[in-house]
Ligand binder design. Structure first.
Ligand code: HEM
Ligand SMILES: *[C@@H]1O[C@H](CO)[C@@H](O)[C@H](O)[C@H]1NC(C)=O
Ligand SMILES: *[C@@H]1O[C@H](CO)[C@@H](O)[C@H](O)[C@H]1NC(C)=O
Length: 525
């Protein structure tokens, strides 16, 4: 989740500012940006003072692609009014920035929480309160607890619940299934599976599946909410939010989060909020944000992965072979054959499948990560250093680094499913080792804690579908991968639009795989 505070804070001024440009010319000297020679070089906008702001507001993450194509430098400074925003493009500088303790995510989480969730002033005070020597501030406490609570046995439990749900949906397909929109079908299956794994058997989205659409209505309204758009102009987002929050208020009010089948991370989050004095009702309002991050990137990723595999018969054949090596079929008497996929073995047994997953994410991630510079800081790529001044913001352009031919070679724009296979011996010296320029899950302190869960959920769902079914378009032809756009500032990956959203699909059980029941169980479970 990355949010542009820039848009939030300045949007109301936008129209005013355009009118004020002439006036601003008069006081040019007062508005001039002061830059030391150690900071990244200045990139002046065509329209003085606000040109970059308009570019970002209109073009979102693709504005940074555009600037980088014009000025392919490791980092630059955008003047905005009399402030500045640093844009960080090169992989080594990105690493340096993500590791820096002087760059903080907290101000963005705090400001975006206020805008996204409609919280009370009391709650906002609690979220913003600094720590004391005796007691960590809420953000730090959260961060300390977050990662452990989605690892090990906690992670296993989440994987089991989500994949059991996915299996139930797939087992419900009798001979064949035709869906009008592949994306919306995957979205409904996985939204229930994910929220079940987080919220347990009292998951309100399971009881009332219209809430699945409400959650995605909210998701679609996030950019408007961040920009402070009044309800009248963005009713769908507000209504979606109200419906999901109302259901969560009942859930937390009844303390369903304390039940044994609820994910550790869900319990941990609510308990931290309570410990700091946030009420159940406000906790419920905040937690729409957690459901949002849990579904908003993983589900589109699963759609693109499935589309890439279904669209390429040779890739499909190779991936099916890999998957068969971790699948066992047990036939007993007249019962349906029980087919188990060992989801703990993707990494060790399915290198091409895993590489395809990573390559898919590389192409669909136009992530921009925002950080506030809390103290003058130097970031370095080993050769050059850049000074970042206290009080400015940094936009870490991960998506730009995913599409830069210097990092990936000349076929950077192509889908190359083998790109992330381990390099053969002798190739190690190849200096475009992909991982160095690959940050779709962020890094440092805020590395996505859901990345392991996303991995298993997405690969598990895709595995059963490509192994058990022939997947074609509703016209019977091979699927085509829809056009991949660039995302908004609030998304980590892009979603299908227009034709992509309308792309239907037909699933037919494969010959020899008709009478089977799918299961996901790891050997060690
Ligand atoms: C392909 C799927 C996913 C992608 C690409 C993704 C990406 C990201 C990124 C880039 C961030 C950090 C933003 C920043 O540093 O500014 C993040 C944070 C986060 N993600 Fe994910 N994510 C995915 C799936 C998930 C899932 C499935 C969950 C939960 C079940 C999840 C939970 C979170 C949480 C709670 C944070 C906030 C961490 C913090 O503030 O320190 N993510 N994710
Ligand atoms: C919250 O605080 C703002 C000013 O900081 C005030 O205008 C607003 O009325 C307050 N809202 C409530 C519900 O107290
Ligand atoms: C981070 O900020 C502190 C001052 O608060 C400063 O001493 C330190 O050099 C900074 N770190 C870097 C890497 O610039």
């Amino acid at each position: 989740m990355s949010f542009s505070i820039l848009l939030n804070d300045y949007t109301p001024f936008l129209i005013l500012a355009i009118a004020a440009v002439y006036l601003a010319q008069l006081c040019r000297r007062r508005l001039a940006v002061h830059l030391t020679p150690y900071e990244p070089p200045l990139l002046k906008p065509t329209i003085p003072y606000i040109g970059h702001l308009i570019g970002i507001a209109r073009k979102q993450t693709s504005y940074l692609d555009k600037l980088n194509a014009k000025y392919p430098v490791p980092a630059f400074t955008l003047p905005i009014f009399n402030g500045k925003m640093y844009i960080i493009n090169s992989p080594l500088l990105i690493q340096s920035a993500l590791r820096s303790k002087n760059l903080s995510y907290d101000p963005f989480i705090q400001d975006s929480s206020e805008k996204l969730f409609g919280l009370s002033n009391e709650t906002m005070q609690i979220l913003r309160a600094p720590g004391t020597p005796e007691k960590l501030d809420l953000m730090s406490e959260f961060n300390r607890e977050m990662h452990g609570s989605m690892l090990g046995e906690h992670l296993q439990k989440m994987n089991q619940v989500a994949l059991a749900d996915v299996a139930a949906s797939i087992n419900g397909i009798v001979d064949r299934l035709e869906v009008k929109s592949l994306y919306l079908w995957i979205r409904s299956v996985m939204t229930i599976a994910t929220t079940d794994s987080l919220l347990g058997s009292h998951n309100p989205l399971k009881t009332d599946p219209t809430l699945v659409d409400s959650l995605w209505d909210y998701e679609g309204g996030v950019t408007s909410l961040l920009m402070g758009t009044p309800r009248y102009f963005a009713p769908i987002g507000y209504e979606g939010r109200a419906a999901v929050q109302a259901a969560l208020i009942k859930y937390y009010g009844a303390k369903h989060d304390s039940e044994p089948d609820v994910a550790c991370i869900t319990k941990m989050r609510a308990n931290v909020f309570r410990k700091y004095g946030i009420t159940d009702e406000e906790t419920a309002k905040l937690e729409i944000g957690f459901l949002h991050v849990a579904v908003s990137n993983a589900i589109p990723t699963c759609f693109w992965l499935l589309a890439f595999i279904a669209a390429s018969p040779t890739l499909l054949t190779s991936i099916r072979e890999e998957l068969e090596s971790i699948t066992t079929i047990r036939i007993s008497g007249s019962e349906k054959g029980e087919t188990n996929i060992d989801h703990a073995k993707f990494l060790t047994h399915c290198p091409l499948f895993v590489s395809t997953y990573r390559e898919t994410i590389r192409l669909i991630s136009s992530l921009v990560i925002f950080r506030r510079v809390m103290a003058d800081t130097t970031i370095s790529d080993g050769k050059s250093s850049y000074l970042l001044k206290e009080g400015s913001d940094a936009a870490i352009a991960v998506g730009v680094s995913h599409m830069n031919p210097n990092n990936w070679g000349p076929n950077v724009a192509e889908f190359d499913p083998k790109r992330f296979l381990q390099p053969e011996k002798g190739e190690i010296g190849d200096d475009r080792v992909p991982k160095k320029a690959y940050f779709p899950f962020s890094g440092g302190k805020h590395l996505c804690p859901g990345m392991h869960f996303a991995f298993t959920e997405i690969l598990g769902t895709t595995a059963a579908l490509v192994l058990g079914f022939d997947i074609v378009g509703t016209d019977g032809n091979l699927l085509e991968v829809p056009k991949i756009g660039r995302s908004t500032m609030a998304e980590a990956v892009t979603k299908p639009e227009k034709e992509g959203l309308e792309m239907g699909a037909r699933f037919t059980r494969r010959k020899g795989w008709e009478d089977i029941v799918w299961k996901f169980k790891a050997e060690h479970e």
